[in-house]
Design a protein. Structure first.
Length: 302
């Protein structure tokens, strides 16, 4: 159970054995979840901790963080069953700066906003795009700029280079993602004569597998995840990113329930402090993601 929007409880430590169950949707594991490699050491700052809601300043207090641990390089589960990745390192650092501990709730991407709305989690860290539609009910602390990637088999046998090239083809996608919405919009705007057949899956890995298995001509995903998979899967000769142009650029952010003003501002200030002292740049460089760096930590893109 999460700490809730206004009435937050204290969550005890999770046994080490629970971490091994992180691959199962809906389980929770304890933080910190540092990624492999040397991550910068971050000290708490009293003036930033003072920005937290009063009930979160107790030493034993934890918040619950919703994630979906199948989306490298942002978050994924390593061989030891620990959730690691760029966004996890960054959220760890921001939380350390606030002196705030947390527990993960690992579940399906498509259920995360509902879990936050129901107060089952207090924040989402899941490479979620900051969109105007989502801002109606949620607030974003933006930490990265990304765009979309069209994933195809290595060699790009279909000659796909643009979104319009997907008309009449079968394309796999993560259910509930902005890429899912983009394909729906593409069918209305450009593919009415030959609609895209959209195959939706609970994880990005399952969607990408359809391309390898020949069930889909392409997958639409985020650029950073697509580029990571193109490098990492096999010997880097299984997939490639088909598009050279930027598609659907948008910021990604940590997601909070609309109205949780103190917690939002605390994380914005913590993230800005990491930008200012160079920790943010170090974490980006460690994950080879410097191209998407932000100069300012914004709320809802403002």
């Amino acid at each position: 159970m999460a700490l809730g929007h206004r009435a937050r409880a204290v969550i005890g430590s999770i046994a080490a054995a629970s971490a091994l169950g992180a691959l199962m949707a809906g389980c929770s594991i304890d933080s910190p979840q540092a990624a492999e490699g040397a991550t910068p050491e971050v000290e708490a700052q009293a003036e930033l901790r003072a920005l937290l809601p009063g009930e979160l300043r107790g030493e034993a207090t934890r918040i619950t963080v919703g994630t979906e641990s199948g989306y490298p390089p942002f978050e994924y589960t390593n061989e030891a069953g620990r959730i690691v990745g760029f966004e996890i390192d960054l959220f760890d650092a921001a939380s350390d700066r606030l002196g705030l501990k947390y527990t993960f709730h690992d579940t399906l991407f498509d259920s995360l906003l509902g879990e936050l709305y129901a107060n089952n989690v207090d924040v989402i860290a899941a490479a979620m795009s900051d969109t105007a539609e989502r801002q109606v009910d949620y607030d974003f602390v933006d930490y990265y700029n990304d765009s979309d990637a069209i994933m195809v088999p290595a060699g790009n046998p279909g000659g796909i280079t643009t979104l319009a090239d997907l008309c009449g083809l079968t394309v796999a996608v993560l259910t509930g993602s902005t890429q899912d919405e983009a394909l729906a919009g593409l069918n209305v705007a450009e593919c009415q004569a030959a609609p895209v057949e959209v195959l939706r899956f609970d994880t990005d890995a399952d969607a990408l597998a359809q391309v390898q298995e020949g069930n889909a001509d392409a997958e639409l995903t985020q650029w950073s995840t697509g580029a990571y998979n193109a490098r990492q899967v096999g010997s880097g000769d299984v997939f490639e990113v088909a598009n050279a142009e930027v598609i659907n650029p948008s910021p990604l952010g940590f997601v909070f329930l609309k109205g949780d003003v103190e917690l939002v501002r605390a994380y914005q200030a913590a993230l800005q402090s990491l930008i200012d002292d160079g920790t943010y740049a170090d974490i980006l460089a460690q994950h080879e993601l410097s191209a998407g760096a932000l100069e300012r930590a914004t709320i809802n893109g403002q």
